[in-house]
Design a protein around this ligand. Structure first.
Ligand SMILES: CC(C)(COP(=O)(O)OP(=O)(O)OC[C@H]1O[C@@H](n2cnc3c(N)ncnc32)[C@H](O)[C@@H]1OP(=O)(O)O)[C@@H](O)C(=O)NCCC(=O)NCCS
Length: 235
């Protein structure tokens, strides 16, 4: 399939019936990846559709739902997050996420031209997509410090890591586009190309250690963290 095979549009009231399918896909994709993801309720997704703050995609030929992403604002509109990017498994690797991300980025710039746009991700694909749009990797201190944003991480399996590191680091990589001070997309895309091997290795190490130490901890009982876990939490 190609990007041309999809209809990619701002979601509205006519799409609310897709909220449940989208949330089910969030959950099964998180399980399949074995990584953390913030849980979303169908009501939350519906609200994003009604507010005109989301992008939805369908296969043109069949009308089958294919993907979704939405906008959140934090720190009184100073920051915008493009969150909840999801592509239905049958339509992956066709460039659809890239197109959805480009549309939600455009919509974010239109609705909030002054806002810094950011995202948190554990995936190399999303890092690549963000880099193509002009985002650069940043430390968590450059993101919104709005407690409500970080509260969204509570349902993620990695929340204990985030809190133990005082919200300064976790399994996700933070990326940001600052409209007042940013590289050109060609530059960030080039930076990604140059560093992708390092990113890939680093993401793999984080995931592996989290997996090993998580299992070890489960076996040892939750009340006592292993020495390895303690070391990991202090990297
Ligand atoms: C991550 C996800 C959205 C990617 O969707 P997709 O439609 O398959 O992505 P695309 O086809 O647009 O790929 C975008 C780019 O990433 C690359 N890519 C895709 N999957 C990749 C992977 N697993 N590892 C590395 N690169 C990958 C593609 O090659 C493409 O690069 P290109 O522009 O050079 O061709 C999809 O796999 C998904 O829904 N996963 C589950 C939910 C999730 O992880 N969401 C992200 C939360 S931050």
């Amino acid at each position: 399939m190609q990007q041309n095979d999809f209809l990619i549009i701002p979601a509205n009231a006519t799409h609310v019936d897709f909220a449940q399918i989208i949330c089910d896909e969030y959950e099964s994709s998180a399980k399949a990846r074995g990584t953390g993801i913030a849980k979303r309720s169908p009501d939350y997704v519906k609200q994003k559709m009604l507010e005109g703050k989301s992008i939805i995609a369908f296969e043109k030929a069949t009308g089958i739902w294919a993907g979704f992403c939405y906008i959140e604002t934090w720190s009184h509109g100073e920051y915008v997050a493009n969150s909840g990017l999801i592509v239905s498994p049958q339509y992956r690797k066709a460039g659809l996420a890239k197109s959805i991300k480009a549309e939600i980025f455009k919509l974010s710039r239109k609705l909030y031209p002054e806002a810094k746009i950011f995202g948190l991700t554990t995936g190399l694909a999303v890092m690549k997509i963000n880099s193509d749009l002009g985002y650069e990797p940043v430390t968590y201190s450059e993101l919104t410090q709005d407690d409500a944003f970080w509260a969204g991480c509570k349902s993620c399996v990695n929340y204990d890591i985030l809190m133990s590191k005082e919200r300064k680091n976790c399994m996700c990589t933070a990326m940001l586009y600052d409209p007042k001070d940013h590289y050109q997309p060609e530059e960030t895309a080039e930076m990604f190309r140059e560093n992708s091997k390092v990113y890939e290795r680093w993401l793999r190490i984080k995931q592996t250690w989290r997996g090993i130490l998580g299992k070890k901890n489960e076996a040892a009982g939750k009340e006592k963290k292993s020495l390895l876990m303690s070391l990991f939490l202090h990297w």
